[in-house]
Design a protein. Structure first.
Lengths: 290, 452
């Protein structure tokens, strides 16, 4: 074993900064999730698992926040990856002005979510929004919906907006993956008479697994920590129908229930760590097999 | 192994040093902060007593300090030499900033706050943080209902100068009512029929900006005094936890009626996306017939729409559960003196100055949003329609959130519950149940003996 070249104390400064700014706050957050810390009283009492019990008891809609977050995450992961891959393949080769199209698709990613949200809030306004007005103008009145206030549509609208904004970013990563694939594979496959589908499943996808791992992890984390999209489009409404973990956490903090807020964050932290770990494990193993 | 122990130990030691350093800095900051005004105070001796060179910091949320008060503050400075330094904080951040300052023991000399027992005890802990003002002369003149809102255990903690009588009422298009031969409704049934007739005439009956999140809750809360009348002693029983919201039939009726109005499309198709900033336009354009509005809306409509005069908008209180009581919100943004202030006497002097009769009248005359104040013998600016409203509804009562504990702090949550009820996800009784649940949580936190 190679003994360290530098003496250990060279690392102390970094270790201190790391501990103060990352380890200690993290541990404190987990500690506070077992307390009733709030803005109404000075003392912080240790209450064990009360907060967690409340989250998982099914009362107070916490479970529906978790469910919404998971639905959001799964649908954005699947749809963004599928659409991103589709766009990437389309714009990889053989399309005119592909640079322009790539830029157009990527554009929404550089706009802040709050701005996107505000714009879509007006586009999706049931009475005066661009979408419904357009639908009415071309005679598709029956398709006009109360996009953000109808229970059946509100969450789907949020997911759609998030995909619109995020798909370009995923496309760029996958595009980079596609371009690293050697063209000779496709030529060889073509000589063997492989069709598009066979090329896709036998060459393209196996070879861009590393890129897919990256996009999946990014989408997963993005999905689990979704906040702005919901906050600005519906603020969790109508009622609590579109509330997710982070809007709930935000609400707990703004009402002064810091203990409950940190408990929710801790739950999310554990879920994120576990999911992230398994996804990376799973997908990198698949990549190694090749 | 030994090295690791060493490392951990040294990290621990280093951290302790750094953290201790932080603490030290804090202490220094606190001293520095309070030192600067005292330097100003040092100059007071040269002035020879009559004028002092003192600066009072006064922190408040946006909209709480009227321009006319700032003018008065200048006059006050000319007379006494005491300068008022206004620190205005945006409304959505105000309570966090204030609470942080109070908890850190670094409050401003004067701070603004909302009123109501649970608000001032739980959010500002006035018994610790504010100065007892019970012996001040103006306490005797201020509307007793307002004073009561800022009293804890018999001690008055704040001064309220606010237009407490101009509640949100239903403003209606009088021309439309005349065309359709409609009378001012006295019961929910009459109100419903009037709305149905308006609907048949092709006008949406009520503009209700639910998207704002807070506005629609007033339909439920403002008519509280009627609940208390129909179910005697309800308010007190709720405060003593002898009764819960769920136990009240009349509150359930009220929510059920609100739901019926929504189901009958009285609020129009777009109500969940509507916002209050459009109210004037929606009423002025004739697209809507009524709305739950501040009474100053009549003036705004008359200014913006030629076909409307001030008298074309009439008023009546919310008639759900057949309410005929003019509900008031006797509290309002109030002024507290911080108990840790060095200039308590000067701050009291400022309050005395503001409450002089001529200064109150000055404020009233010079502010378009105020039509009267909660002090007697002032010349009000009520319009004919407002006067008519006050004369027609002599019975008065306090709305729920200003009497019943733990309601005001959960206002926005109630708003969400009501939206969930309107969209059919939960039943009216569930709304009441959630209110009870949140009250119990708050009471537990506040260690309220009635909830033990």
């Amino acid at each position: 074993m190679n003994r360290a070249i530098y003496p250990f104390y060279f690392g102390i400064a970094t270790l201190i900064v790391y501990s103060i700014f990352f380890v200690v706050p993290g541990l404190m957050g987990i500690y506070y999730s077992f307390t009733d810390w709030n803005s109404y009283s000075d003392e912080i009492r240790f209450i064990g698992f009360d907060n967690l019990a409340k989250i998982f008891s099914g009362e107070a809609k916490y479970l529906s926040y978790i469910e919404n977050t998971l639905v959001f995450t799964v649908s954005t992961v699947v749809l963004k990856t599928a659409l991103g891959l589709l766009f990437a393949i389309m714009l990889n080769d053989g399309v005119r002005a592909k640079g322009l199209h790539r830029v157009m698709l990527f554009m929404p990613s550089i706009v802040p979510m709050l701005v996107v949200g505000l714009i879509f809030k007006s586009i999706l306004n049931p009475a005066s929004g661009l979408l419904n007005e357009s639908l009415r103008a071309i005679g598709l009145d029956f398709m006009a919906q109360k996009w953000l206030t109808d229970l059946n549509w509100a969450f789907k609208s949020i997911i759609a907006v998030d995909i619109w904004k995020g798909v370009g970013y995923i496309m760029i990563i996958l595009l980079a993956g596609l371009q690293s694939i050697d063209k000779t594979y496709y030529e060889a496959a073509a000589i063997d008479g492989a069709n598009f589908w066979q090329k896709l499943t036998r060459i393209t996808i196996p070879l861009i697994v590393p890129a897919l791992v990256v996009t999946t992890v990014l989408n997963l984390l993005h999905g689990l920590k979704v906040f702005e999209a919901v906050y600005v489009l519906t603020n969790g409404g109508p009622g609590y129908a579109t509330d997710v973990m982070y809007t709930a956490i935000f609400k707990e903090f703004s009402t002064g229930n810091y203990g409950m807020g940190t408990a929710l964050s801790s739950v999310l932290f554990v879920v994120m760590t576990l999911l992230g770990y398994f996804v990376v494990r799973l997908m990198s193993r698949e990549g190694d097999e090749r | 192994m030994k090295k690791w122990t060493m490392t951990l130990l040294s990290v621990f030691v280093a951290m302790t040093v750094v953290l201790a350093g932080c603490g030290g800095n804090n202490g220094k900051d606190a001293n520095g902060g309070s030192a600067s005004p005292s330097a100003g105070a040092g100059g007071s001796s040269e002035q020879g007593g009559s004028k002092k060179n003192v600066t009072l910091t006064y922190m408040a949320s946006q909209g709480w300090i009227k321009d006319s008060e700032m003018e008065l503050a200048k006059k006050f400075e000319e007379e006494t030499g005491i300068k008022i330094d206004f620190q205005i904080v945006p409304a959505d951040q105000y309570f966090n900033v204030l609470k942080t300052k109070l908890n850190a023991g670094e409050g401003p000399d004067i701070f603004g706050g909302q009123s109501g027992y649970s608000e001032i005890t739980m959010n500002y802990n006035v018994e610790k943080n504010a100065v007892d003002l019970s012996d001040q002369e103006w306490v005797k003149r201020e509307d007793p209902l307002s004073v009561e809102q800022l009293t804890v255990n018999g001690k008055v903690y704040a001064l309220t100068i606010w237009d407490t009588y101009s509640s949100f009422v239903i403003g209606y298009n009088k021309k439309l009512f005349n065309e359709l031969n409609l009378e001012i409704p006295k019961t929910y049934e009459e109100f419903k029929n009037a709305a149905l007739k308006i609907q048949q005439a092709g006008v949406t009956p009520i503009y209700e900006p639910i998207a704002d999140g807070w506005h629609h809750v007033m339909w439920f809360s403002e008519i509280g005094p009627n609940y208390d009348k129909l179910e005697p002693n309800l308010y007190d029983d709720l405060n003593q936890n002898k009764k819960k919201f769920v136990d009240s039939q009349v509150m359930l009726d009220s929510l059920t009626q609100l739901k019926e109005m929504y189901d009958l499309d009285f609020f129009g198709d777009n109500t969940l996306s509507d916002t209050g900033s459009d109210t004037v336009a929606k009423l002025g354009s004739g697209e809507f017939g009524m709305s739950l509005v501040a009474q100053s809306v009549a003036t705004e409509i008359a200014e913006e729409y030629e076909e409307f005069e001030i008298e074309d908008i009439g008023f009546f209180p919310i008639p759900l559960t057949d309410n005929q009581i003019y509900y008031i919100n006797p509290g309002g943004p109030s002024k507290f003196i911080y108990s840790g202030s060095k200039y308590i006497e000067e701050a009291k002097q400022y309050f005395n100055f503001l409450t002089k009769q001529e200064n109150l009248q000055f404020m009233l005359d010079n502010d378009p949003t105020i039509s009267n104040l909660n002090f007697p013998d002032l010349k009000n600016k009520y319009t004919a329609e407002q006067q008519k409203l006050f004369d027609s509804y002599q019975e008065r009562g306090t709305d729920i959130q200003n009497y019943v504990n733990y309601v005001n702090p959960q206002w926005m949550d109630i708003g969400k519950d009501i939206v969930a009820m309107l969209s059919g996800v939960i039943q009216p009784v569930d709304v009441l149940r959630s209110i009870d649940q949140r009250r119990a949580e708050m009471a537990k936190v506040a260690q309220d003996p009635n909830w033990k």
